[in-house]
Design a protein around this ligand. Structure first.
Ligand code: LLP
Length: 386
């Protein structure tokens, strides 16, 4: 089921465009489904990747579902705490953690630092020692596992900046065990985002088993497992598939990840939780007849939703105001960049000035990546279907 148009109609009355419209009912159903599918194993723990959407209202709904939080900055940790995520369920990842962020995270009593380098481990030890605290640490592993997704959002290959090479994990654990203010608690992975091919996650499980085997043979502790996020959504058919395939995702991990007794498995899902519930609503400013094509110039732009411009990502676009026969348009924003395009050769019901245009599946990495370029104000948000 899709966000019904009548809810959108209620939402936009009196609202300046462009704005984000969030279907709270769909968000709640998605949370319930994800948690139910994850309960296939009692040691699967879900965290929400705050970077996907940190709108305070969205965060507090997710916090009250009982999920933990995955953060990549001090600002995200502060947002998670404000929303009510318990500090011990907050994990802190990122290749470039600043000293003040590390201090803040330690002071807040977060549950885990996902450490991405030997150099970072040293700095955390030094800061924790200065504060008289013990830092709970997992190592982010670079597993050299590819993912079938957009190049800009692949993270698990050796050439990517993330994590410690998987061959050096025993050395990293030994280093951690020798430090007085580090508690080693496990391994962390994240191979990429918008992944729809479950065999990619299966390959990660195989790599984990290989690393775990080496650690066992060397008598080193394994700790728990954090497999990151990455589950994709159906951008092409948001009405038919308004929820990610949580069954296959958790089923793949349940079948392929060989857990040792007592091991917890953590997940950090972003897009699959909030992607489908958000829609960017804009209005047509001009229908411009170009040399070889017609442009629907809308008031939304890459400053509200940068995914199409940045990754050539495709999202479904609809004219909500017209019931005339479709025509073909390039749907573009007003920003002074040729890349400010939502879609080329899009079939849209005939557009007129003032029509409302919806860009579906914009709940993840939409509002959270908005910018003030061209002095555009940040987009407001409305909540429907509570
Ligand atoms: N964990 C870590 C360590 C991550 O880096 C990410 C996302 C996640 C979890 C959540 O992944 P998800 O379940 O949302 O796929 N801006 C891009 C996506 C960047 C993803 C960055 N990392 C986009 O708009 O497609």
């Amino acid at each position: 089921m899709d966000t019904p148009t009548q809810f959108l109609v209620e939402a936009w009355s009196g609202q300046r465009t462009p704005f984000y419209c969030y279907d709270v009912g769909l968000l709640r159903r998605t949370l319930a489904r994800a948690l139910r599918c994850a309960s296939v194993r009692d040691r699967f723990k879900l965290h929400y990747a705050i970077k996907a959407n940190f709108n305070p209202r969205i965060l507090s709904i997710i916090a009250s579902s009982g999920m933990g939080a995955d953060c990549v900055s001090g600002g995200e940790i502060a947002a998670a705490l404000r929303a009510g995520f318990p500090p011990e369920d907050i994990f802190f990842a990122g290749v470039g953690k600043r000293d003040d962020e590390i201090e803040f995270a330690l002071r807040s009593g977060i549950g885990r630092f996902n450490v991405e380098s030997f150099e970072e481990l040293e700095v955390i030890e030094e800061i924790a020692s200065g504060m008289g605290l013990i830092a709970p640490v997992s190592f982010r592993v670079n597993p050299d596992v590819g993912a079938h997704t957009l190049a800009g959002i692949t993270t698990g290959l050796a050439e990517n900046k993330f994590g410690i090479e998987w061959e050096r994990i025993p050395e990293a654990i030994r280093a951690a065990l020798n430090l007085g203010h580090i508690q080693f608690l496990g391994l962390h992975f994240h191979i990429g985002s918008q992944i729809l091919d479950m065999t990619d996650f299966g390959t990660l499980c195989t790599r984990y088993d290989q690393i775990a085997g080496t650690l066992e043979s060397e008598g080193l502790p394994l700790g728990d497992i954090n497999v990151g996020g990455g589950l994709g959504i159906d951008y092409a058919h948001p009405c038919e598939h308004p929820m990610a395939d949580f069954e296959s995702y958790f089923g793949t991990y349940a079948a392929s990840l060989r857990c040792r007794p007592g091991q917890m498995v953590h997940f950090e899902l972003g897009r699959s939780i909030v992607g489908p519930c958000g829609t960017l609503i804009s209005r047509v400013l001009y229908v411009k007849r170009g040399h070889s094509r017609d442009f629907a110039i809308i008031d939304g732009s890459m400053t509200e939703l940068i995914r199409p411009a940045l990754y050539h990502a495709k999202q479904q676009i609809e004219n909500l105001s017209s019931d005339e026969a479709p025509l073909t348009y390039d749907v573009v924003g007003p920003v002074c960049e040729s890349s400010d395009v939502f879609g080329k050769d899009v079939r849209l019901r005939r557009c007129h000035r003032g029509d409302f245009i919806a860009v579906r599946s914009s709940g993840a990495y939409g509002e959270s990546m908005a910018s003030g370029y061209n002095c555009h104000p940040l987009p407001p948000s409305v909540f429907i279907n509570e």
